[in-house]
Design a protein around this ligand. Structure first.
Ligand code: TYC
Length: 116
């Protein structure tokens, strides 16, 4: 026979919550992710004048003349260079500004972005 001390009183014999557990809301840790960054790339071509590229780097990327000239030369020699790293929205704006400006001046200069 069952232990008499373990028996429930009649009024608790159903499926009621008759234990003494305290309700605890389990909380999962919130991981705050840094937003992804995007590299803005400038591509070489055979036709865009060097001074035009330097001007673009000064105007849209806030580079000094010396920094702009250096990056332009890197693109000229290596084919491509990263000109800056930005949030998605800022990178997109830079690419649009460069592409619009080059197009308006009828130069084939190409500027793209890629996730870092
Ligand atoms: N290769 C070009 C020239 O010889 C110069 C140039 C540099 C063009 C960088 C594009 O992104 C560029 N005139």
């Amino acid at each position: 026979m069952r232990n008499l001390m373990a028996q429930k009183p009649l009024h608790m014999s159903g499926d009621k919550d008759d234990d003494n557990d305290v309700g605890v809301a389990l909380q999962t840790r919130t991981r705050t992710k840094r937003p992804p960054l995007y590299k803005v790339l400038l591509l070489n071509d055979d036709y865009t004048p060097m001074e035009f590229v330097v001007h673009i780097l000064e105007r849209f990327f806030g580079l000094s003349h010396a920094q702009a000239f250096e990056i332009m030369l890197t693109v000229h020699k290596k084919g491509v260079a990263v000109v800056g790293v930005f949030s998605h929205e800022i990178a997109e704006t830079k690419v649009t500004q460069v592409m619009d400006f080059a197009r308006r001046h009828q130069h084939p200069l190409q500027c793209t972005m890629e996730k870092e």
